[in-house]
Each structure stands twice: as structure tokens, then as C-alpha cells.
Design a protein around this ligand. Sequence first.
Ligand code: MG
Length: 373
Amino acid sequence: MAELAPYAVSEARSKGRRHPEPTPAARSEFQRDRDRVVHSTAFRRLEYKTQVFVNHEGDLFRTRLTHSIEVAQIARTLARAMQLNEDLAEAIALAHDLGHTPFGHAGQDALNACMREHGGFEHNLQSLRTVDLLEERYGAFDGLNLTYETREGILKHCAPKKAYELGELGRRFIEGTQPSLEAQLCNLADEIGYNNHDVDDGLRSGLITLEQLEEVGIWVRHVTEVRRAFPQVGGRRLIHETVRRMINSLAVDLIEETRSNISEVGVASIEDVRKTSPLAAFSAGMHAEHKELKHFLRINLYQHYQVLRMTNKARRIISDLFGAFMEDPRLLPPQYQQMAKADKPRAIADYVAGMTDRYAIREHRRLFAVGEI
Ligand code: MG
């Protein structure tokens, strides 16, 4: 790895792991974190969890797995360009969605509603819970025992009440300090990732059209450039040439604006990063364009009636499953029955959140379909 900037997270000054372990022989501590994430059960399940489209709707749509890989690619580019810790950025990005429920945000909202009286459910906190507690891979501890810095990056947001329970990791939500630049950039890499791939998937599915996108500034700017450069090109090539330009322009803008924030504030160390306001940001113009695209997707894709039909069904599946297990926890697999003895709703939420889309559909059928055993 090239030399790190003075404000990057360095392995030598890491706050370490909750359970001390010998230094890895051939990898950095953050490479080890990344490797543990990639080998985890929760990571493999991402392949069958929805981003926007339910998994079986088509083979070419993004899933949480391909989304996470795209986010990691963008985050690594950002980190390397800014001499930040690329291994850490990659580990955070690959882990950032591990706690997602089946059926995307509809699933998360439904599970949160089920858990309202029991401490709530939040996918971001669940990602942390997955790497801290739920993965069963090591003899000496629960979870993956990741470094403080990777865990800090996974926990993007947190309500103050929960923050108190999390000790040092939660302190920044109470004190209003910031995480590392690597974590801040991963957060924006996530947005760059999904905004752009949702345009691509939205067009592929036919739920949004090229004509509709003519009202979106960032699209128009880049599609005009593509049409000028390749007047004979249309269809998929036109879309991909435009989307790749959008991703690139967002990443380059983010790097430039963040660099200028760093020099303006005079940031010289990771301590400076933590105590100043967020440094990773788009320029004002790009921020506005990015927001406009986000708004467009919300109205035209995420609230499209065909998507809403799917999310409505997903909501029902999640709340049916939760209700059935609450009523009779003996229906849970033995491992979760055991966990339910300590905290029934939380054990059920862990079980339901861990399900893939198709597993949840199958489980629903097993529990509710008359004539099915
Ligand atoms: Mg994400």
C-alpha cells in the first residue's frame, strides 16, 4: 500500500479488537477484517437479498451482494486516491449491508414495526450485531471480532438511546463527533453505488424510461456528452456509457471537494478528522444534482406501483412470520428457541432478519399454506 496520509486510519494506531488476537502474519489487520466478512454466512446470504427488485424477478438486477461489491470498488478508488486506508474502506463497504432484512427497505420497515414495543429494528445496527454477535465461526468468541475502526464504519447512524448501550463505539452519536474519513467516504460510496445502479436496473426493468430521465440534470449532462461522442450508439451502450460517466463524475467531485475541505480546515491527524464537522462531501452543485436524482428514483422507481405491490407483499410476509413465532416460539429452529429464552422478540428479529428473500417466502409457505408441510 502507498504511504498513508497523516489523517488516514493507520494499523499501528488502531484501537484494536475486543478480544485480543495475535498480529496476522501475511495481512494487515484490516485485510483480515475484510477476509472475515467475505467468509461469513451473512455475506453469502446477500446474494439472495433484495436491493430494489426481488431476487427472482430477473437474473441481471443488483442484489445486496453485487451492490456491496460495487460499493467496495468505489470506496477503494476513493480511499486510494486520497491516500487513505484502502483495506479498511474495503472491509467497511463489504460489511455495510450485512444486517439487511429480506425484501430491502420494505422488510426493514415491517420488522421495525413488529419490534416497536421491543426496542425496534434498524438494519444498520443489525449489521453491527451480525459481526459482533451473530456469526458463529470462532471458538473463543461470538461474532467476527473485527477491529474498532471497521465496526465504527459499519455503524453509520444510531439513536442516542442505543448509543449509550454501545459504549465507546456509540459515544460519537452522543458527543457529535465524526468517524474516520474512510467511514465517511464509504457512506457516500454507498449512495453513489445505489443511485447509479438503480438507474441502470430501473431502465432494464422498464419501470423507468429514457424519456423520464430527461428531467434529471446529472443524466442529461452526461447523456448529451455520450450522444455527441457516439452519435450512432443507442440502447444498452448508451445507458452504460452514461452511467459510468455519472459514477466517475460523482467520485472525482467527491475526492476534490473532500481534499479541499481537508486543507481548508487544516486537518493533520485522525483526531482532527473526528472532531471537525464531516469532511467527506460533494461540491454544492454536485450535491444538488445527486439529490435530484435520488428524488427522481424515489418517485418514479421505489414508489412505482409494481414495486409497491412487491413491497406490500413483503411487509405481510415479515409480519406474519414475526407474529407466528411470537405466538409460539416452539416453531423456531432449535438454535433460535435457545436464544428466545433470553429475549424472545430479539431472537425472532435476528432469525427473520437473517433470512434471504426466497427463504422467507418458503418459510411463510411452510407456516401458512394449507396443504403444505
Ligand atoms: Mg448499501
